[in-house]
Design a protein around this ligand. Structure first.
Ligand SMILES: *[C@@H]1O[C@H](CO)[C@@H](O)[C@H](O)[C@H]1NC(C)=O
Ligand SMILES: *[C@@H]1O[C@H](CO)[C@@H](O)[C@H](O)[C@H]1NC(C)=O
Ligand SMILES: *[C@@H]1O[C@H](CO)[C@@H](O)[C@H](O)[C@H]1NC(C)=O
Ligand SMILES: *[C@@H]1O[C@H](CO)[C@@H](O)[C@H](O)[C@H]1NC(C)=O
Ligand SMILES: *[C@@H]1O[C@H](CO)[C@@H](O)[C@H](O)[C@H]1NC(C)=O
Ligand SMILES: *[C@@H]1O[C@H](CO)[C@@H](O)[C@H](O)[C@H]1NC(C)=O
Length: 695
């Protein structure tokens, strides 16, 4: 608290002017220097956006608080001249600042903070992994003219982050050009010392750019002594990246999890002179309010023990009441990453789970549309029916898996809620609903749009990229186990996003997936699953193959209404392919408007992926290469004979018959999910037992 309140602001204004004059005597007398030892009285100097604010009492710049999915930006209100002319070369600059990241849960960061040079004082940006700097449509675009140094506390696989405690140099993108784990070089030459960016303690950072050597150095330290060597040194000429005038400042964001991001003090200068040093003693204190609180409590206690007694009785009453209403929080809930919503919040968001808001009924329960009262953002709330025995298990699986996944082709789980037997999952709202509606419903009363071929291909590529991420991009292998058109959702821009992770399973890279009950959907289930019960990446590839055929043909993999020949889509496509008439299978709703080569490529790929022999199927990485035209899809080596022997035809068709005639028909056609109980490695008597999860 010492700094500003003791010395008073005018002192610093004077200091600043003196120092400004001094730096202008230097080699580059352009622009100027900024010096903020705390931000008290600096409201006029900064352009604040999002939830950024200056604590009026102590001059702490708070970029975000601990509320999920918000951003805060604070840029110096006038642009600084960083080049002598629009085509000139970028000038050297230096900055020093002190920041602190205080996470909601000690070990889990909620996104991060960045120092940025931006052409705008409040970029149109998104929170979470975008750090309030960019949005999903301008990532990587050269016209961003953005230079940033990120202090990131979440590992985003989308942007190739190295870990959840790193520093990165970002140019026009959040995929860092160079990054390093949080650490500094000790003064005594003893080497690198790890530094936890989200420790809640003040961290000093220096960023220096030298126009002569075109090198950016980033250095951090737990105290005000600048370490002898930078932790990150990256050679880049900023001349083409920076504009003549740039705004300098900070941006921070929170994600599913949240941290408070603070800047305690900041200096910035142009020219080679280095930035003004900041002393910790001059900075606003972080622990101020907390101390006051404890102090107040201490006084309270000493004032009167009677008060304490009353308080205690009150507390007991409160706890008893609370326990009656509250759900006990179980162990697993404590380890869950996404936000836990209160039941009241979700009830209000969905108008008390009114039928009007019902979006659909899935295998595990109902999905409602809702609008969060606080942020006015639209969400989809999945309510898992409590009679479901499956319920809790699926719920835990879903939260622990998808809550930590981040990819643009995956439906983001925002949080969850549990109230007695009601289990609720909150997702990003996908305005265009599920893909199967577009593919299969267009001849029904509600005339939905028919997807064009380019749209279909775009969705296919998106789903492939999401699946590749699940298989290879995450710290564990995630097997989706239920890839199908009805689990692909479409966002506002018609991007395909994989959803419904109710059955997803994780295992470590390189380890063997264990045998579990076979779950999935008939028509997408890889044949080996019924034998081995081991769902692995290649069984997802099989389902993806069925999905490809579905999208091209606009038909379900098993169509009970079709003729015997066309009953199983895969066999039908294969038959036509062998006859050399494969284009006959293409969805007639596209009216023949498609690129034949692309359609042929996707159909061949669909057949390749749905090969009955797992070792003949490509990995998702290879699938991506085929889809991007980087390799030609080989002629499918699938042998129909082999397929025939894989399947127990009679049992299979028996099943189809009962399937088609049963009262489940309606339900099945929207969500035919099958559970096959499997006792270790024995071959089951009846291959496909239908189990209705909602019963
Ligand atoms: C901040 O704004 C005040 C009032 O406009 C001005 O006197 C002061 O010089 C500014 N400080 C900086 C560092 O720009
Ligand atoms: C964070 O800031 C927002 C906007 O000012 C406010 O609505 C919210 O209550 C704050 N959250 C916390 C935890 O202080
Ligand atoms: C994304 O950022 C760009 C550049 O700042 C802006 O023009 C565009 O409107 C933004 N898009 C969205 C969806 O916010
Ligand atoms: C980059 O942004 C500019 C202007 O916002 C836009 O016209 C252009 O299409 C974008 N380029 C790419 C590759 O997205
Ligand atoms: C690194 O920076 C350059 C600009 O100099 C940019 O074009 C490039 O895409 C960046 N590379 C990566 C891997 O982010
Ligand atoms: C960056 O770091 C290197 C290595 O320590 C040093 O030689 C160089 O002078 C530094 N450059 C700047 C601009 O600080």
């Amino acid at each position: 608290m010492a700094g500003l309140t003791v010395h008073g602001a005018p002192f610093y204004v004077l200091l600043f002017l003196l120092w400004l004059a001094e730096s202008q005597e230097g080699a580059d007398a352009v622009g100027g220097g900024l010096y903020f030892p705390g931000f008290k009285n600096a409201a006029a100097n900064l352009s604040l956006a999002g939830i950024a604010k200056i604590e009026p009492t102590n001059g702490l710049l708070e970029l975000t608080n601990r509320t999920s999915r918000l951003l805060g930006q604070a840029f110096y209100s006038s642009p600084l001249r960083l080049k002598l002319s629009p085509e000139g070369s970028a000038l050297s600059f230096s900055t020093c600042f002190v920041f602190s990241i205080v996470p909601e849960y000690a070990k889990l960061g909620g996104h991060g903070l960045a120092f940025a040079l931006s052409p705008s004082p409040n970029p149109a940006a998104l929170p979470s992994q975008y750090l309030g700097l960019l949005n999903s449509s301008d990532i990587g675009n050269f016209s961003n003219h953005l230079f940033a140094v990120e202090f990131d506390t979440v590992q985003d696989f989308e942007f190739g982050d190295i870990n959840d405690n790193h520093i990165g140099i970002d140019i026009n993108s959040l995929a860092s050009n160079a990054s390093a784990a949080g650490a500094y070089y000790a003064d005594d030459g003893s080497g690198k010392v790890d530094l936890n960016l989200k420790s809640g303690k003040p961290i000093f950072a220096w960023i220096d750019y030298d126009s002569g050597s075109t090198v950016v150095n980033v250095t951090i330290s737990p105290d005000s002594t600048k370490p002898p060597k930078p932790i990150l040194s990256y050679r880049v000429d900023l001349s083409p990246i920076l504009k003549e005038y740039m705004y300098v400042g900070f941006s921070a964001s929170t994600g599913l999890l949240a941290s408070s991001h603070y800047v305690l003090g900041w200096s910035f200068s142009i020219g080679g002179g280095g930035s003004k040093a900041i002393e910790l003693s001059s900075l606003p204190s972080l622990s101020g309010p907390q101390k006051d609180h404890r102090h107040a409590l201490a006084i309270g206690l000493s004032v009167s023990s009677v008060l304490v007694l009353i308080l205690a009785i009150g507390t007991v009453f409160y706890i008893v009441r609370k326990m009656r209403n509250a759900d006990p929080i179980e162990d697993w809930e404590l380890h869950m990453v996404p936000h836990r919503f209160s039941y009241q919040e979700l009830k209000r968001a969905t108008n008390g789970f009114k039928g009007k808001e019902l979006l659909g009924t899935g295998g595990f329960g109902q999905v409602y549309r809702g609008t969060l009262v606080d942020t006015r953002s639209e969400v989809a709330v999945k309510r898992i029916s409590h009679e479901s025995k499956q319920g809790i298990r699926e719920f835990v699986s879903e939260i622990s898996t998808i809550g930590r996944l981040r990819h643009r082709n995956i439906v983001q789980l925002l949080g969850w809620c549990r109230r007695r037997d009601d289990l609720l999952l909150v997702y990003e709202f996908m305005p265009n609903g599920s893909l199967d509606r577009f593919l299969f419903d267009s001849d029904q009363k509600k005339k939905t749009l028919t997807l064009s071929w380019p749209q279909r291909l775009h969705i296919i590529k998106g789903v492939a990229s999401g699946l590749l991420y699940l298989h290879e991009g995450y710290e564990q292998v995630v097997i989706h186990r239920d890839v199908k058109a009805s689990n692909v959702l479409l966002d506002g821009e018609m991007n395909g996003r994989l959803g419904d992770f109710g059955m997803a399973r994780l295992y470590d890279h390189g380890s063997n997936p264990s045998t579990t009950r076979v779950v999935g959907t008939l028509g997408y289930l890889a044949p080996e699953l019924s034998r081995t019960g081991k769902a692995d990446a290649l069984s997802d590839v099989y389902a993806f193959g069925a999905f490809l055929l579905e999208v091209v043909c606009g038909r379900r993999p098993i169509e009970p209404k079709a003729t015997a020949e066309e009953l199983v889509l895969m066999d039908w496509v294969w038959e036509r392919y062998r006859e050399g008439k494969v284009l006959d299978v293409v969805d007639s709703k596209m009216g023949g408007a498609f690129d034949e080569n692309e359609v042929l490529m996707v159909l061949k790929l669909g057949l390749l992926c749905s090969n009955s022999k797992p070792d003949q199927r490509p990995s998702m990485r290879l699938v991506m290469r085929y889809l991007n035209g980087e390799a030609d899809v080989p002629e499918s080596a699938r042998a129909q004979e082999a397929l025939e022997s894989e399947r127990d035809r009679i049992k299979f068709e028996d099943f189809i018959e009962s399937f088609a005639s049963s009262s489940f028909e309606k339900k099945c056609s929207s969500n035919p999910s099958f559970v096959l109980p499997l006792s270790s490695d024995s071959t089951p008597e009846v291959p496909y037992g239908y189990a209705d999860h909602t019963r």
